[in-house]
Design a protein around this ligand. Structure first.
Ligand code: BV8
Length: 278
């Protein structure tokens, strides 16, 4: 076993070849939207329609995208390494659920420490869920509530939700007349299950522990500009890991990596695991 503890971090670049826009590349998501307006709690409280229009568009696009060779190579390689006794953690900054869609009965994601699986952390949340703003209940929700012109799109609303917190609430959604979705538990507003700027990412403590203890850290398709993910390479280096960056161009935190592989994810990722990890 070459590496006992492996952590992989991905960003929007790994989904670029599935046809999803990144954030900071040309024609990126942030070119057409102000971060403050669509990815902050302040923006949501000031204009929930604009935020739900942005995330409705993201849900439609992610829903029609499929995982690419890089997503599949990561899942298959980490599953093999995990079967051989390595502990593997996949952390993604992405909310598009393309990694989650690569699982099957032999390659499944689990929580930190679960045996024989790939531990998985969607650091910034998921497009496949919405939260009650009042009680924080998380509901499975893939609905697009507004079309690109900002018109309420209630005719396509799938009624059913399952809430982890309120499993009995598999019920119909009630959207307000102006198309904003209301929480099935208390009729307050629903918000996308997304970590916005200024909010605490999911699983940060567990990720930090895994990063300090790993012996291989691989960062794929991220510009290294968003904290705390941009610091993960430093935590791994402090723990004596080999740190590898796979990206077409040097990210903002390039100097922290010991190895750089310049290339697109679908070409570089499958080769990397073949050559270095087994
Ligand atoms: C927090 C919502 C406290 C989800 C997102 C001043 C200085 C430093 C930091 C701060 C500061 N002021 C505030 C902060 C903190 C702030 C931050 O970092 N701001 C930045 C902008 C300066 N961070 C936060 O607020 C975070 N919370 O800090 O809480 C805390 C911390 C620790 C512990 C407890 C409490 C919350 C951050 C999450 C914000 N939410 N988005 C969504 O809508 O999707 S962030 C957003 O950026 C996305 O989630 C995205 O994942 C993330 C990072 O972007 P990338 O994934 O890297 O995408 P990008 O477009 O930038 O780059 C794409 C890369 O792909 C490029 O390098 C490109 O070359 C490459 N690429 C392109 N094509 C390909 C490719 N790679 C491979 N193959 C290809 N084909």
């Amino acid at each position: 076993m070459k590496y006992k503890k492996i952590v992989v971090l991905t960003g929007a670049g790994i989904s670029a070849e599935s046809g999803l826009n990144t954030f900071r590349d040309m024609n990126g998501l942030w070119n057409n939207h102000s971060i403050e307006d669509v990815a902050s709690l302040k923006g949501f409280s000031q204009n929930p329609h604009l935020v739900w229009k942005f995330y409705s568009m993201r849900r439609r696009e992610a829903g029609s995208a499929i995982p690419n060779a890089a997503h599949h190579a990561i899942t298959a390689s980490l599953a093999t390494l995990s079967d051989r006794g390595s502990s593997c953690l996949l952390i993604t900054q992405n909310v598009d659920t393309l990694h989650e869609r690569c699982q099957n009965k032999n390659m499944r994601f689990g929580n930190f420490g679960d045996p024989k699986c790939i531990a998985f952390c969607a650091l910034h949340g998921s497009l496949n869920a919405s939260d009650c703003v009042k009680f924080g209940a998380v509901f499975t929700d893939r609905n697009s509530y507004f079309d690109d012109d900002g018109n309420a799109d209630v005719k396509n609303i799938e009624g059913l939700f399952q809430s982890e917190k309120y499993p009995e609430l598999g019920i119909n959604l009630v959207a307000t007349s102006d198309g904003l979705p209301l929480s099935p538990c208390c009729n307050s507003l629903l918000r996308p299950h997304i970590v916005w700027f200024g909010e605490t990412p999911f699983g940060v403590r567990e990720c930090g522990r895994a990063l300090y203890g790993c012996d291989l850290f691989v960062s794929i398709g991220t510009s290294g500009t968003v904290y705390p993910a941009s610091n993960f390479v430093s935590y791994a280096r402090d723990g004596r890991a080999l740190t590898v960056c796979i990206n077409p161009e040097p990210p903002a935190n390039a100097s922290h990596f010991q190895m750089h592989i310049h290339g697109k994810a679908t070409e570089a990722v499958p080769n990397f695991f073949e050559k270095f990890a087994f």
